[in-house]
Design a protein around this ligand. Structure first.
Ligand code: BGC
Ligand code: ZN
Length: 377
């Protein structure tokens, strides 16, 4: 066994981002742990912000933070008490860990995605090393096994979990609509629900697929012009594309009809709060993007408040994901792969060696999902 492994590390004190070659190799210490060889690690906006030292905290006492929270690994070895995971399996590891306070109801049932104290940790983000390294050890309870045919796209699972948690909550929200309740569904007039996805990055496009498999008529609204590769991708999966140059946000209701759901994945407050004004009757607006601190924006709060009340609207935000969302994501990724294999694979627009970390993290943000591969497929 190796003693040291390669890792992509952020040194907040020295303000440096680089590959370290002497990161201590993780070892199986408990019999419920699993030892992984890392295959692919996605690069996302969160990683880029950490690499710009906006946030991100190394583990206590460590001079650096190993980046990476979107991962796919292959099992090398398992502890004696591990069940349902075996060497050779493809595994995605969850990101957030409980706060450890005995009075946190969320963390007490291992749902740190709803942690009340804020003292949770996140691998590759705050207080724990991430997955951009050759090997990882973690507890089996944080791992999801993927079917072997998802080798090429498995790294998309974590960004998909954002949509999956949102969809689980949409289910609860729709339960308030009397005609969508199981007992009355058969008697009610059938009407396809209409969803708008704001933003055509990985979270938006994976969210669009998640809406499509749930039977939503889906529109993706983004900056790229009609006819662009993004627009074609959207049309290839059966959604409709709206380019901001052709359709001002205020015209969403004309283009879509009653906007039943908005899935916000731009992280841009101006766009989001313009779109909220177009939310339809009984509509749900879900925020997933985290905006930088750019200062106040102007908005018609009266109109928004009037609509919220007079149109029975619901607005909520969602972060991170629990095991239920990871499991749903694994099932959905399988379904996406069955329905749209080429479109799903096309979301990964480049695989790079760890040595490319500086251009990926600090250079221009290009493509859709760029991946650091320790072992390309
Ligand atoms: C990750 C989440 C995480 C969030 C906030 C996102 O990029 O996908 O797992 O909770 O950042 O740190
Ligand atoms: Zn991410």
């Amino acid at each position: 066994m190796q003693d040291a492994v390669k890792a992509v590390a952020v040194f907040p004190e020295q303000r440096e981002v680089r590959v370290v070659t002497d990161h201590p190799a993780p070892k199986l210490e408990r019999d419920t742990e699993v030892h992984l060889k890392m295959l692919d690690i996605g690069v996302c906006g969160t990683d880029r912000e950490i690499a710009h030292f906006d946030y991100g905290t190394p583990p206590p006492g460590a001079p650096y933070l190993v980046l990476g929270h979107e991962s796919l690994g292959e099992v090398l070895a398992v502890g004696a008490a591990v069940t349902g995971i075996k060497p050779g399996d493809l595994v995605v590891t969850m990101v957030r860990r409980p706060c450890g306070h005995p009075d946190c109801p969320a963390c007490s049932i291992n749902r740190p995605d709803f942690c009340l104290t804020g003292d949770f940790t996140e691998r590759g983000i705050s207080g724990r090393h991430g997955f951009m390294t050759e090997q990882v050890v973690d507890d089996q309870s944080y791992m999801i096994v993927l079917a072997p045919e998802l080798r090429e796209v498995g790294v998309l699972l974590e960004p998909l979990t954002i949509a999956e948690k949102a969809m689980i909550e949409v289910g609860d929200v729709e339960d308030r609509l009397p005609w969508l309740q199981p007992a009355l569904r058969d008697r009610a007039v059938d009407r396809a629900k209409r969803a708008v996805v704001l933003g055509a990055g990985p979270v938006g496009l994976l969210g669009a697929m998640a809406l499509l498999v749930r039977g939503y008529q889906t529109w993706v609204y983004s900056l790229e012009p009609a006819g662009s590769p993004k627009a074609k991708w959207v049309e290839s999966v059966g959604a409709k594309y709206l380019g901001s140059a052709d359709t001002p946000i205020a015209a969403l209701p004309q283009a879509v009809g009653n906007v039943d759901l908005v899935y916000e994945a731009t992280g841009n407050a101006t766009i989001a709060f313009q779109a909220i004004q177009s939310l339809g009757v009984n509509g749900t607006f879900i925020f997933t993007g985290v905006p930088g601190k750019k200062g106040p924006i102007e908005l018609d709060a009266e109109l928004i408040m009037r609509n919220l009340v007079l149109k029975n609207q619901l607005v909520y935000g969602t972060v991170n994901a629990g095991r239920d969302a990871f499991e749903k994501a694994a099932a959905d990724l399988h379904e996406f792969h069955r329905r749209w294999p080429a479109a799903l694979a096309a979301l990964i627009t480049g695989r790079y060696p760890p040595e490319s970390c500086q251009s990926l993290l600090l250079g221009p943000s290009e493509g859709i999902k760029r991946v650091i591969s320790f072992s390309p497929p």
